[in-house]
Design a protein around this ligand. Structure first.
Ligand code: F6R
Length: 358
């Protein structure tokens, strides 16, 4: 992009979200390190892990669950609500994540956990969650503040990775994290504003999605929650409607929605995210479904994760497509002439509820 294009870009992306997401992979190392003390308190008990958080602060938990996957010795549950499930007891590894520290659903889970005799780990940049964790003497992981939570995914995911590894649910160490961050950083640099347009898949994708509704699909497994992350980023950054779903389930219901009227279908753009380790029958289903749906909407694209095969490459492959979605959503925002940072409607709802007595 020339100087004039870059100036126009920065005029819209006033808070420089693009630079933040392109530099984003580096946050993961800092987040991983920030949780060293809290992880030191855990033993490799391999019991269920519950993570409370909302929106951008829930995303790291969803990614951790996918990384742990079907081969994990115990499940990772993400709780995005006010209530803790009754199975969460004093021995459950519970982590409350709120970037601002002031999200009421997460604070309520934190309070409930204390009442049950649990000592939840808090991950936050400050706010009431930090204060209350200090007061209660529970483990506190403090991460750098000042960013929109969704743009702090590495700070939020890194500590969870470390806690999940210490608890025996994911097989990740310093070296795995360093390798994944290195690869994700290289991939992200291909999507920077200054990068060569021919290799900037994020910008090319944003241009294809302009004026369309992205329907983001994956094959479950490692990428199970990535379509949802992409959807949220298109919602919050690009201010665009978007939908997410996963195979094989979508082949049993949503696929029929592609028989909508032509007027509706011409707004759909199919984005299919694939991982080499997707179940072979799921791969077969994805190929057949792609061939069936591609001619029906406004366009379609297949995007493959990048990284070494096998379990050892899972984190690298997951981050490769996380970065692509994050950056593409920022380019799409600018294509629409929208600043990716403000989230007025989300804030309005928080402000409204914040003024009410409970
Ligand atoms: C904002 C964002 C939101 C927040 C959510 C919870 O960037 O992504 O989804 O993450 O409203 O707020 P926090 O993260 O402060 O607990």
């Amino acid at each position: 992009m020339g100087t004039e294009g870059a100036d126009r870009f920065h005029h819209i992306d006033r808070s420089r979200m693009l630079e933040t997401v392109v530099a984003g992979p580096g946050q993961l190392i800092e987040g991983w390190r920030a949780a060293a003390d809290a992880a030191g308190l855990l033993s490799s008990r391999r019991t269920p892990m519950a993570i409370c958080g909302m929106g951008g602060s829930a995303a790291g938990g969803l990614l951790l669950g996918d990384l742990a996957g079907a081969g994990a010795p115990a499940p990772v549950h993400v709780i995005r609500n006010y209530l803790l499930p009754s199975w969460v007891g004093e021995d459950t590894l519970l982590v409350c994540v709120s970037y601002s520290g002031d999200t009421e659903e997460t604070l309520e889970c934190f309070h409930n956990a204390l009442l049950r005799g649990n000592r939840p780990v808090a991950i936050t940049s400050g706010g009431r969650l930090a204060e209350e964790a200090r007061r209660a003497g529970t483990p506190l992981v403090t991460i750098p503040g000042g960013l929109p939570p969704r743009a702090a995914i590495g700070y939020l995911f890194g500590p969870l990775l470390r806690l999940g590894a210490a608890h025996g649910l994911v097989d990740v160490d310093d070296e795995t994290v360093a390798r994944a961050v290195h690869r994700a950083g290289k991939i992200a640099s291909r999507y920077a504003l200054e990068a060569d347009l021919a290799g900037n898949v994020a910008l090319q994708l944003a241009k294809k999605l302009y004026g369309r509704i992205p329907l983001v699909y994956s094959g479950g497994g490692l990428l199970a929650n990535l379509p949802y992350r992409w959807k949220c980023q298109f919602n919050e950054n690009s201010k665009s409607m978007a939908f997410a779903n996963v195979f094989p389930e979508l082949g049993h219901n949503e696929v029929m929605g592609w028989e909508s009227t032509e007027r509706m279908r011409e707004g759909f753009f199919l984005v299919m995210l694939r991982d080499a380790a997707d179940h072979p029958r799921v791969q077969r289903r994805m190929d057949a479904t792609y061939a069936m749906l591609e001619p029906l909407g406004a366009g379609a694209t297949l995007l493959d994760s990048e990284g070494p095969p096998g379990r050892a490459g899972r984190l690298e492959r997951l981050l490769s497509l996380l970065v692509l979605g994050d950056v593409a959503s920022v380019y799409l925002a600018v294509e629409y002439g929208k600043d990716p940072t403000p989230i007025d409607k989300i804030q309005e709802i928080k402000d409204l509820l914040g003024t009410e007595d409970r």
